[in-house]
Design a protein around this ligand. Structure first.
Ligand SMILES: *Cc1c(COP(=O)(O)O)cnc(C)c1O
Length: 427
């Protein structure tokens, strides 16, 4: 099959994009993945940086193995373990959140942190005004976000008001302004939609929520480490995100939570544990929250699980989020070009925004039979992921993916679809 662009073959085009890519040298700083032709799922699980095994080995032998219990309180290469939640939080804030220090902590999973922050906001809003019992959320958001707000509404006698979106878009500030009102405690939304990749207008959404007197909580799982964020400047109240997607922290690496500094006195998260007490080692009666963001910590922080993340943050610091976003846009633009040229003729439909400024770090395409097609791609060493209904998400991680890798992966997809497809579009 001839596959030419105006300026040469698509493979030549990919090679030229790689040659011009300032982040290209960083690809060698990831562990090789034998047998993988194209890793296109950086938005579900980022690849490990090559330094990870040595960092883990060093941690186990020299930190855990030798310092033993002293590691919690005595200074070490990354500070005493007790301080890791705030230290790692500040590193994420500086590298990726556009947030000043002292407002971010690491610990728990995204789901648990969503619960803690959403409950804190709802409780504060209802205490200030008993009429504020509604949580505004998106009916098409990631399942855990929906379940958490439903659970909180049931627990607190409130309810959820759902914003509906299409398969190929996401929530707009106007929808938030319409949905939020004097009965609203909290607006919870994803910054980048997990399915369509829609990049929400965060500052305008924060302004719409505040216009209604509600708090705003953003889920950053699909934007952190791929999109530039300015939480402080945008006036976002609360945010939560995972670290195993574009932050390359590894399977089950701890999530982070951000609370805007001027809310630290007003909000109290509901899981009172000894590690968030103002002085944990006095073991005294009653819970007295630690000052500032530390009170978000409940139990013993997941130190071991944070080690790979620290190695990955070194690489992000080196690259800089501005360059990461620029490459991410270039990768998703190239994806759109290949989808249009190669896949659209076989009935493949784009369900992500065409405008780069409305799109996060992944591109989603849609066609009947894609469930079976993904199985065949995985067999061929091409690893995107599948989402209901009939959608393939292509998530090229800017630090670890080349344009040639993206080209090669989509070439296998094109081969599977035509010209005599094994999987008809009219299933
Ligand atoms: C990945 C993701 C989560 C994951 O939650 P966990 O508690 O880490 O499993 C939550 N929300 C969104 C939007 C996600 O993309």
């Amino acid at each position: 099959m001839t596959t030419t662009t105006r300026t040469g073959t698509w493979a030549e085009r990919a090679a030229a994009l790689d040659a011009a890519d300032p982040l290209a040298p960083l690809r060698e700083r990831f562990l090789p993945a034998p047998g993988v032709v194209a890793y296109l799922d950086g938005n579900s699980l980022g690849r490990p940086v090559a330094a990870t095994p040595a960092r883990l080995d060093e941690f186990v032998r020299d930190q855990w193995g030798s310092r033993l219990i002293r590691g919690w309180t005595e200074d070490g290469p990354d500070g005493p373990w007790m301080d890791w939640p705030q230290r790692a939080g500040d590193r994420i804030a500086a590298a990726a959140l556009g947030a000043a220090p002292g407002q971010t902590v690491l610990g728990d999973s995204t789901t648990v942190l969503l619960y803690k922050l959403a409950r804190a906001a709802v409780d504060a809003a209802t205490a200030a005004d008993p009429a504020r019992t509604v949580i505004v959320a998106c009916a098409d958001d990631f399942p855990t976000d929906r379940y958490v707000v439903e659970g909180i509404a049931a627990e607190r006698g409130g309810r959820v008001r759902w914003i509906e979106t299409g398969l190929d878009d996401g929530v707009t500030p106007d929808q938030v302004a319409d949905a939020a009102g004097p009965d609203t405690a909290l607006v919870l939304l994803s910054h980048v939609s997990y399915r369509s990749g829609w990049l929400a207008d965060a500052p305008a959404i924060a302004a719409a929520a505040h216009g209604a007197g509600a708090y705003v909580l953003l889920d950053l799982c699909h934007s952190v480490g791929s999109v530039e964020l300015a939480l402080d400047a945008w006036g976002v109240d609360l945010a939560v995100g995972c670290t195993y997607k574009f932050l390359n922290g590894g399977p089950g690496s701890p999530a982070f939570a951000y609370i805007r500094r001027d809310l630290h006195g007003d909000l109290q998260q509901p899981i009172h544990g000894w590690m968030g007490r103002h002085d944990p080692f006095t073991m005294g009666p009653g819970y007295v929250p630690a000052a500032g963001i530390r009170q978000v910590v409940s139990g013993t922080p997941p130190i071991l699980a944070a080690v790979p993340l620290l190695a990955a943050l070194d690489l992000l610091d080196e690259a800089g989020i501005v360059a990461v976003r620029a490459k991410s846009v270039a990768l998703t633009e190239f994806t759109l070009e290949l989808v249009d040229a190669w896949l659209a003729p076989y009935g493949v439909e784009l369900i992500s925004p065409r405008q780069a400024q409305q799109r996060g770090g992944h591109v989603t395409i849609h066609r009947a039979s894609f469930r079976e097609v993904v199985d065949a791609l995985w067999e061929r060493g091409v690893l995107p992921d599948y989402r209901e209904p009939d959608a393939i998400r292509i998530g090229p991680a800017p630090l670890s993916t080349s344009f040639t890798e993206l080209h090669d992966g989509l070439a296998v997809l094109r081969e599977l679809l035509g010209p005599t497809p094994r999987w008809p579009a009219d299933r």
